[in-house]
Write a new protein. Structure first.
Length: 324
């Protein structure tokens, strides 16, 4: 087990080093003018642009910029945002926006995971029935609908016509002065729309994986043995089938970390939810290279750590993994 963990950790470290190099060069070849993003005015005077280029080191050779980038990264300095002058990138990423994304995505993932797995178990056990066909059809439809379109429809139906949810935003301006209880109630009210969108979007994914995995488990020899022993259906399903079907869900949950810490960009943009997903969209539009690089590093570290923990968990649950 120790050799397996060390091998996986070394592989993750090499991947991280490659990400650091890629993180620098990929944003240098993007279209757009970073200096213009600082001023925010398309009618920029040449002398002003020259001053900004020198200030941010954009006039240096590419290899010198790369060395500066490595030095700042080694000291935990991700630089300052172009679109928010004087604001450190770490404050933007690890501040209120990350909390908003974490709450929204965490709630959506938990709800859709529980419902999707439960529906997958029911559909697999009742395979071929009308209930199975109905749930499968609903899941495929919701899984196929583009997230941004689903969000727009929810805003139109529940927000514009139904007046049940706000049309956008994270909180109502000025509600903080009314007290913490009123603030959080308003916050949760604004979170209803994007949560419904994300739950419907994720639900089909979890359902299909759980259903298909269970159907594969049902064909194993030990399931036939369990039936031959006369065990009850409940015991066969929960003690034998589900315990083995949950193994692939470990990898699925690990992959969802990218949404948990980065946000669903389309959903946050449609609902104007001030999270990391909306920050990505704004930074791309305004060529905010420091923020984009910081987000890329932050998301990469989150995914690498999540995958490493998933691999270790897999090896603990199934010894065949580490011996292989």
């Amino acid at each position: 087990m120790r050799e397996y963990v060390l091998r996986r950790a070394a592989s993750s470290l090499v991947t991280f080093l490659l990400i650091i190099v890629l993180n620098f060069f990929i944003f240098r070849i993007m279209p757009g003018d970073p200096a213009r993003a600082v001023v925010g005015d398309v009618r920029m005077k040449p002398e002003i642009r020259e001053i900004l280029v020198r200030k941010f080191g954009l006039d240096k050779p590419i290899w010198v910029q790369f060395l500066y980038y490595l030095d700042r990264l080694a000291h935990g300095d991700l630089g300052y945002s172009f679109q928010y002058p004087g604001t450190p990138v770490t404050d933007l990423i690890l501040g209120r926006r990350m909390v908003n994304t974490f709450l929204l995505m965490g709630t959506s993932i938990i709800i859709s995971l529980v419902i999707g797995m439960a529906l997958g178990v029911v559909a697999a056990w009742k395979r071929g029935s009308k209930l199975d066909v109905g749930i499968l059809t609903f899941s495929l439809v919701t899984y196929s609908i583009p997230t941004f379109w689903m969000g727009i429809m929810i805003i139109l139906l529940l927000g514009f016509y139904g007046k049940l949810i706000p049309l956008g935003g994270t909180v109502t301006p000025g509600v903080a002065s009314e007290g913490p209880v009123q603030y959080w109630l308003d916050y949760l009210h604004h979170m209803i729309g994007p949560t419904i969108t994300l739950v419907l979007s994720f639900l089909g994914y979890y359902f299909l994986i759980m259903r298909n995995t269970l159907l594969d488990v049902f064909t194993e020899d030990y399931m036939l043995t369990a039936r031959a022993k006369g065990l009850r259906d409940r015991t066969i399903l929960f003690k034998h089938a589900m315990r083995n079907a949950l193994l692939p869900m470990i990898s699925v949950i690990a992959l969802e970390v990218i949404y948990l810490f980065s946000g669903a960009t389309a959903t946050e943009t449609v609902f104007s939810w001030h999270g990391l997903g909306l920050l990505v969209y704004e930074s791309v539009l305004r060529s905010d290279l420091p923020v984009l690089q910081g987000l890329f590093i932050f998301i990469a570290i989150s995914v690498l750590v999540a995958n490493l923990l998933a691999d270790i968990t897999y090896a603990l649950v199934d010894p065949r993994i580490r011996y292989g």
